[in-house]
Design a protein around this ligand. Sequence first.
Ligand code: OOG
Ligand code: NI
Length: 307
Amino acid sequence: MQFNDNTPLEIVLKAIFDPYKESVTDVETISTAMIRKGLINREEDIINDHIAFRTLGVPNLGIKSLEKIFLAYGYQRKDAFYFEEKKLDAYWYAPPSPKYPRIFISELRVDDLSQNAQSIIRKHTQDIVKDPVDALDFEKPKEVGEFFYQPLWEAPTVDDFLELGKESEYTAWVIYNRYYLNHYTISVHALPEPYNKLEKFNAFLEETGIVLNTAGGKTKTSKDGLLKQSSSVAKMVNATFANGEQMKIAGSYVEFAERLPLPEFQAMDKSLLKREHLREGFESANADKIFESTYDEQVKKTATYHS
Ligand code: OOG
Ligand code: NI
C-alpha cells in the first residue's frame, strides 16, 4: 500500500495495518520473498485488494456500528452475503478511490447460536449500552485507527473461549481479537508474469514456507471463473485471558486475490487494464472457505501449533 497524501483515510488505514503487520510475521516474510524474487521493489508496491473485519450482531456493535467508520471516509456499502452454516452475515464496501482497499465486514448472527453461547457473548457485551463508534471524532484519524485495537469488553476466560469455539470458531476468534485486522490481501493480478496467476503465486508462497488454507482447495474460484482467492493459515499467537491465563490461539492471516478481466475487456492490452476492467466484489462460496483460515483444522497444520 503506498499512500502519499496523508489524508484522514490513509492515516486510519495505516493505523489499522501497522499492529497487524507487527503480529502477523507472514506479512514481512512474504514481502521479503517478493522483493528477493523481483516481483516488487518495496512492500509499499503491493496493491491491497481488501481488508476484513469480524464483529458480533448484538445491540450497539455489529456491522451497523463498524461500517459507520468507513462510510464516514467515503466508502459505499455494496452486496450482502449470508453464510448459513457459519451463522454469519456480511457486506463489502467500495472505496472512495481505486487506490484504497475494499472492505469486507462480517457479523455473527448471535440469535442463531445456542442459549449457552449467547449467554457467554451477552455477558461480555451487555455493558456496551451506547455505540462506541458514535464517540469517535472522525477528524482524528489516528485515534479512529487505534479504536480497532481497544478492548471494548473484558478478556474472556480460557473456559469461555473454548466453550464458544466448540460451537463457532469465528465467535471464539472475535471474543478474543475483537476488531483486530483479520487480513489484508495481495493483488496477485498486478504482479509481473508468470506470478500474476494465483496457482503460480501459491507455489511460490509454499516454496517460501507459507502454509496455505486447503479448505475447498488451495485456490478458490468464483462461479464465473474471474475471482480466484487463496490465503495463508493463521499462525498461533500468545494470548492473555482473564486472570492472566496464557494460551496460544489463532491470530490473523494474509489473503491473495487474482481478479481477471471482465468478458468485454478480455482482448484489451494487459498493460492498460485498470480496476474497473476487472471482476469486482466477492464470492460467497470462496469467502465461506477463507473464513476457515483461523479454524483449528487449518491452523493445526502450522509447525508452531504445539510449541
Ligand atoms: C473473512 C473471510 C472472507 C473474502 O475475501 O471472501 C473473505 C474472514 O475471515 O473474516 O475475506
Ligand atoms: Ni478476504
